[in-house]
Design a protein around this ligand. Structure first.
Ligand code: SF4
Length: 501
């Protein structure tokens, strides 16, 4: 573990605090660092490591990345302290007690809570530049909109950043290639091998402290993150788009980049990722629908979600406008607590490596929480704890707004509720399942199909004035078996509560 090597340098003038999601030499507070007079401090707080039921793979990734980063700064000649303390503030105060009551500087934190804590402690901030859009610029955009349509933000981003546009018009003549990019899982398709990351002494030290054995899925250094980026460009970018929404049974990553953990902890910056992708696009004959789909994720969705987190405010996280108060289902804690093949397989994937792509997150896990009426905050906390890339700013809008529609439609105008028909088209799980996606009543009815209709029935008054839901709610009138379906839904909900369905 790095230690202070202050001996031959000048006295410290500032403490630079680097959070575990700001691991960048070129962005955040370190771009202002002076090796001669600054002391760099990273704090591994007990609140962070033991405060919640964090996935061990996630803790391993965050801690090992931070320790590698601290070591790298020392190698570059910086004086670094890696402090273990009960809380971040304890670690910073402890440092001040040892080196003097020096001013503390940090990049603006990535969550409301840490921002408030550091502000109260008198920390000085420099603007958070870990995104392509400042919080102020996003607020200007959002404040001028009637509704917060991501597609509109994304097109404005393309023009503002000059990405794949000429004279204000999109390359290829279209902004959106979704119609090419929503294919179901392919049959007889050879997915490239997964990239593995070897473990070094720091990794072993962290894994031993956590009493766990990490997978080789996640890199813990910038070099490893860059290898992941190169691997994506080389083997996956060209095929990314068409299958980005597919959920095959024989591959967990498809052509997804697996870069979100590094973008979210600072090891990679979105500008570098996008420039590398655009260079490959210019130099090779890459499919525009794939490049556009990836660019959309990075300059569109990622920036939009971060912007909305700050724009919607701290209280947004507490929304529960559908009055959903069911306790978290046991299957979320243990994949064996269900016979639903899609849910069991997705939770098992997450148990193994703390990751699943956006469709299992949205259309399997969040859909399950939505149609069962699971408490949004319980589900949000579970998502925060279980995913490798689950920063607060990512998960709050994604879960509260998009996943379980707990915000009354502020972010998304309609809930992402789906029955077995969608899942049997986009996943390969239904064939091996105990349940039948086509049935909505009876012992073998797909719980998603039953609960989809039951959800619409329970909330038909809530959605009465939502014209985007009118067709779905109207569909209830065609159900001749609605009384039977309501009874089956009660059985399914009770069975899920007991881990038996
Ligand atoms: Fe999931 Fe229903 Fe398909 Fe089973 S039948 S895998 S529960 S969607």
């Amino acid at each position: 573990m790095p230690s202070d090597r202050a001996t031959e340098a000048k006295p410290f003038e500032r403490i630079l605090y680097v959070a575990f999601d700001h691991l960048s030499r070129d962005h955040g507070v370190l771009k202002t660092a002076n090796p001669a007079t600054d002391l760099i401090v990273l704090v591994e707080s007990a609140r962070m490591t033991t405060g919640r039921n964090w996935h061990a793979e996630r803790l391993f990734f965050l801690i090992s990345s931070a320790r590698h980063f601290a070591e790298r700064l020392e190698t570059e000649g910086f004086r670094v302290r890696y402090v273990k303390a009960p809380t971040t503030m304890d670690g910073l105060r402890q440092t001040q007690a040892e080196v003097g009551n020096l001013p503390i500087w940090a990049a603006e934190p990535s969550s409301f809570r840490q921002f408030a804590q550091l502000k109260e402690a008198g920390v000085n901030f420099i603007a958070n530049d870990f995104f392509l859009t400042s919080r102020g610029d996003f607020a200007l955009w959002a404040g001028s909109q009637k509704s917060f349509v991501m597609e509109n933000f994304y097109r404005a981003q393309r023009i503002r950043l000059g990405i794949m546009v000429t004279a204000g018009q999109p390359d290829g003549g279209r902004w959106n290639y979704d119609s090419e990019n929503r294919l179901p899982p392919p049959k007889n398709y050879s997915w490239p091998d997964y990239l593995e990351h070897d473990r070094d002494a720091i990794d072993v030290e962290v894994a031993t402290e956590l009493a766990m054995v990490p997978t080789k899925t996640w890199a813990t250094t910038r070099e490893g993150a860059l290898r992941q980026l190169d691997n994506f460009i080389e083997h996956h970018l060209n095929g990314f788009g068409p299958y980005e929404d597919a959920v095959p049974a024989d591959n967990w990553a498809l052509h997804h980049s697996l870069l979100s953990p590094y973008l979210n902890n600072g090891l990679l910056h979105p500008s570098q990722v996008i420039q590398t992708v655009l260079t490959a696009y210019r130099e090779r004959d890459l499919a525009i629908e794939s490049v556009e789909a990836f660019v959309r994720q990075v300059i569109g969705w990622r920036e939009y979600i971060n912007g909305m987190y700050w724009f919607l405010g701290e209280d947004y996280r507490e929304n529960n406008q559908l009055n959903a108060n069911r306790k978290l289902l046991p299957v979320f804690q243990d994949s064996s607590q269900t016979k639903m093949n899609c849910v069991r397989s997705t939770v098992a994937d997450i148990e193994e490596r703390a990751w699943a792509h956006h469709i299992p997150r949205l259309m399997i896990l969040s859909n399950l929480a939505l149609v069962t009426g699971t408490n949004p905050q319980d589900f949000l906390n579970w998502m925060r704890e279980r995913f490798i890339d689950a920063s607060e700013w990512v998960m709050v809008p994604n879960v509260i707004g998009m996943g379980v529609h707990a915000d009354g439609g502020r972010l998304m105008t309609k809930p992402y509720a789906a029955g077995g028909a969608y899942l049997s088209r986009m996943t390969q799980y239904c064939k091996g399942c105990h349940y039948d996606p086509k049935l909505r009543v009876g012992e073998t009815a797909c719980p998603f199909t039953t609960l989809y209709w039951d959800f619409l029935d329970r909330h038909k008054d809530d959605f009465a004035k939502n014209h985007r839901m009118a067709q779905q709610v109207h569909g209830l009138k065609r159900l001749s078996d609605l009384p039977e379906l309501r009874l089956r839904a009660l059985e399914v909900l009770s069975g899920l509560d007991q881990g038996l369905v």
